[in-house]
Each structure stands twice: as C-alpha cells, then as structure tokens.
Ligand binder design. Structure first.
Ligand SMILES: [Zn+2]
Length: 328
C-alpha cells in the first residue's frame, strides 16, 4: 500500500511525490551515515524530481528527530524556498551554464550558513552543454565536506558518461493513477471528477503531464464557449443547435464546458456594466445586459439538469433554443 505524504515543494508549488521506496532508501543511508555526496535523479518531466531533491535536502538539514520533520526551522525554510544552504540552479527553466557552474564551485567552498551541510540542486542537468558538464566533473566527483549535489535529469543518457559514472543514481518512477487522481482532486477541487480521472489516466504517472492535459482541456472549452456566444449573437439558430445539441457530449465533458461558457457570459456582463475593461473581441458582441443575464440564468439551469442526470440531448436542445431566444 502506498502511504501518501505531503512533501515540501519549492515556492508555492507543493507536489506529492510517490517515491516512497526511494525516500526510505535515502533515510536508511542517512541514518547509517552513508549518504553519497553526489546524486543523479532521473525521471520523466513533471514527475517531481525537484520536489524529491528538496525532500532529501530537508532530510539532510532537518533539526528534528524524525527527519524530515516538516516543522523545524530548517524544514520550514526549505518549504518556503529560502534556506540559505539550499542552492537551486536551473530552477527558472534556463539551462545551467558554465558560468553557473563556476558560481556553484565558488559557493561550495563557502561555509554553510545555518547547519553543517550545503545542498546544491541542478534542475535540467541533462540540458547542460558539454563544457558546463565538464566543468562540474571535479566538484561532482569529490565535493568539499558537507556538500551534497543533486543533478536532475529526464534521461540519464543526456549526461556525459563521465558525469554519469560519478553520481549515485536514483530513478523516480511515476505516481499510480489513484495517487495522481487524489492529488489532482486536492489541487483542483472545482474540476469535475471525470475530467480529473481522464487527466490522471493520460498522464503516465506524471503530475506535470496531468496538469498540462487539464490546461489543454480548459483551453478547448474556452474556444467552444466563444463559438457558442458568436453563434448566439449572430442569431444563427441552426448553427447554435449544431454546436450545442448535436455533438455527443459526455456528462463529465459538459459540466466544465458549461462552466467555461458561464464564465465568459459573466465576463461579458461585467464588461457591459463597466466593471471589467472591454477586450477588443468584446466589441463584436452586440448583447444587452438583459440578454446576457438571461443567458446566464439559462446556463445555470442547464448545468443543474445535466448534473441531475437529465437526458443530455433533450436538455442541450432546449438549452440551444433558449439561448437563441434570449440572445434575441
Ligand atoms: Zn525538520
């Protein structure tokens, strides 16, 4: 059975990483004082390599008894992203350069500020150019006492063989579908279950991929909502019915789509009431506030019927007709 655990994210992002086995192994080494000085963490993009490395940093620097305790000053500083002895490189998506590596080498020569250790985490290490990787070699092979370096990479093969051979390897595999789903539910409580389930299924164990999948879905819904609005105000009943009532939507697809439509109507309503600034494309929508308010109401009712297991085709056909009337 997987034990779920909230671990430390960096900055605002808090991610659950299902790396129980790897964490247990790391703690065993820590407890027996046999941790390595150089690690290579490999795993698919978005799987939580950085979060895992930060978790290890917490375990290494924690001042509590049950490491990482999550509540001591060191753990809290790491969680909040400003521990002076935890150095992140390439965290902003930029490739770690040879200049960065020189800076890193300089910093490893300093004395830790808070404790006895310093942790250096290099995100996207596989994207580093060969000269930068080469510059790293010596320090990676034999860092100064108390320095622990983590190289994070999507694929071990993108590292030079010389670098690869000098670090202890940790391979992170994905989260189970169930774990992903429960994490998505926690992060997106308002997104319908069916949508989250689809994202969890398509994500191949990666929370990052699941989120990308969700964003794509949301983008598609916004586009569709825009089409519905255009058809409604063009007075094109046939097009409206064919857009809204003809496609064979599933219930779990319809709910987020109706939400997107409602949000767009609401934005238009606020624009017309001078609460929101007018976007260029809004000027094309010749809708009265009365019409928009009526369409909002109709959408809320339609959403309720869908949620209460109403017959989809019947509900959506009535909805399309009502929208056409209301847009008038
Ligand atoms: Zn702690």
């Amino acid at each position: 059975m997987f034990v779920k655990e909230r671990i430390f994210g960096h900055g605002k992002r808090v991610v659950v990483v299902a790396a129980e086995r790897e964490k247990t192994l790391f703690l065993q080494k820590l407890n027996s004082n046999t941790t390595a000085h150089a690690y290579i963490v490999e795993g698919a993009e978005g799987i939580g390599k950085k979060e895992f490395a930060l978790w290890c940093a917490s375990a290494l620097l924690c001042e509590g008894a049950d490491k990482p305790c999550g509540v001591c000053p060191a753990c809290k500083k790491i969680r909040d992203g400003f521990h002076p002895d935890v150095h992140l490189y390439g965290d902003d998506g930029k490739t770690v350069s040879i200049g960065d590596v020189r800076g890193l080498i300089h910093e490893t020569g300093m004395v830790p500020v808070d404790g006895e250790r310093m942790v250096f985490i290099l995100c996207g290490a596989g994207k580093m150019q060969a000269p930068a990787q080469n510059a790293l070699l010596k320090i990676f092979e034999e860092p100064p006492a108390g320095v622990v370096i983590f190289l994070l990479t999507d694929s071990m093969r993108s590292l030079l063989p010389t670098v690869r051979s000098r670090g202890q390897k940790i391979k992170l595999s994905g989260m189970s579908e169930e774990e992903l789903l429960s994490e998505l539910k926690r992060k997106y409580p308002k997104t319908p279950d069916g949508e989250l389930r689809e994202a969890a299924k398509a994500a191949g164990g990666s929370i990052g991929s699941a989120e990308t999948f969700l964003r794509k879905d949301a983008e598609r819904d916004r586009e569709k909502a825009e089409e519905w609005i255009a058809a409604a105000f063009a007075g094109d009943k046939y097009r409206l019915v064919s857009l809204i009532a003809t496609p064979k939507y599933k219930r779990e697809q319809l709910l987020p789509l109706l939400d997107a439509f409602l949000r767009r109507l609401f934005d238009l309503l606020l624009t017309k009431s001078d609460v929101l600034p007018c976007r260029d494309e809004d000027t094309d929508v010749r809708a009265s506030r009365h019409a928009l308010a009526g369409m909002c109401e109709a959408t809320v009712r339609c959403r309720e019927s869908i949620e209460n297991n109403g017959n989809i085709t019947a509900v959506m056909t009535a909805f399309a007709t009502e929208l056409w009337h209301r847009a008038g």
